[in-house]
Ligand binder design. Structure first.
Ligand SMILES: [Zn+2]
Length: 205
């Protein structure tokens, strides 16, 4: 199990568009995860706090054995030997868990900004009703303007594929035709259906 998970999840494969970037100094392609990694016959740590895992293959990412075996997913362990690293990793984890705020994530602030702007710039709009109507209109525009869309989403819209991918083609099945087929196959169910329909109508009327 450990070998199978490690082989499929922990092996680093350099690919353009994933980890290979152009090094601005040399102009050559370079892996931003710094693969191939350093080979070591043993786990090690020196006085400066520099440490490393045993690694006999230079594209293997380090992993924590119990996590690999029990959770069966990719993982990355870090040995914290000093305050600086502990602080950095704490910030990294917190940021990752809490989801860093993007430009338009704070929707209410975008709305408030839009409202404030129009309060200052459109006193020609008299009635309250008109203000409310335009407010909704402007809020929509503000959201459209500030929204970030993922590239696949944009492509999907441009191609007219709608806003989701589906593995199957679905058609509506109407309840009455379904019941019709059911009764055709099992006529003995008829009285239950009549009871059911009566009950439903009793609830409606
Ligand atoms: Zn790489």
């Amino acid at each position: 199990m450990e070998k199978r998970v490690a082989r499929s999840k922990q092996l680093h494969k350099c690919e353009i568009g994933r980890c290979l970037i152009i090094d601005p100094r040399t102009g050559n392609l370079r892996c931003k995860r710094r693969a191939p990694f350093q080979i070591s016959n043993d786990d090690y740590i020196n006085e400066d706090g520099e440490w490393g895992l045993k690694r006999s293959y230079k594209f293997m990412n380090g992993f924590v054995r119990p996590i690999t075996v029990n959770v069966r997913c990719n993982n990355d362990g870090k040995l914290l030997t000093n305050g600086n690293e502990t602080r950095n990793v704490s910030f990294y984890i917190s940021k990752y868990q809490l989801k860093v705020q993007g430009r338009n994530f704070n929707t209410s602030a975008v709305f408030a900004k839009t409202l404030a702007y129009h309060r200052d710039h459109s006193d020609y709009v008299e009635t309250l009703q008109e203000r409310q109507r335009l407010f909704l209109f402007r809020v929509c525009h503000a959201m459209n303007r500030e929204q970030e869309l993922a590239a696949p989403m944009v492509m999907s819209y441009l191609m007219g594929w709608g806003d989701m991918y589906r593995s199957h083609h679905y058609i509506p099945i109407y309840w009455t035709s379904f019941v019709g087929r059911l009764l055709e196959a099992f006529p003995s169910l008829k009285r239950y259906v009549i009871l059911f329909v009566r009950r439903v109508f009793a609830n409606i009327y």
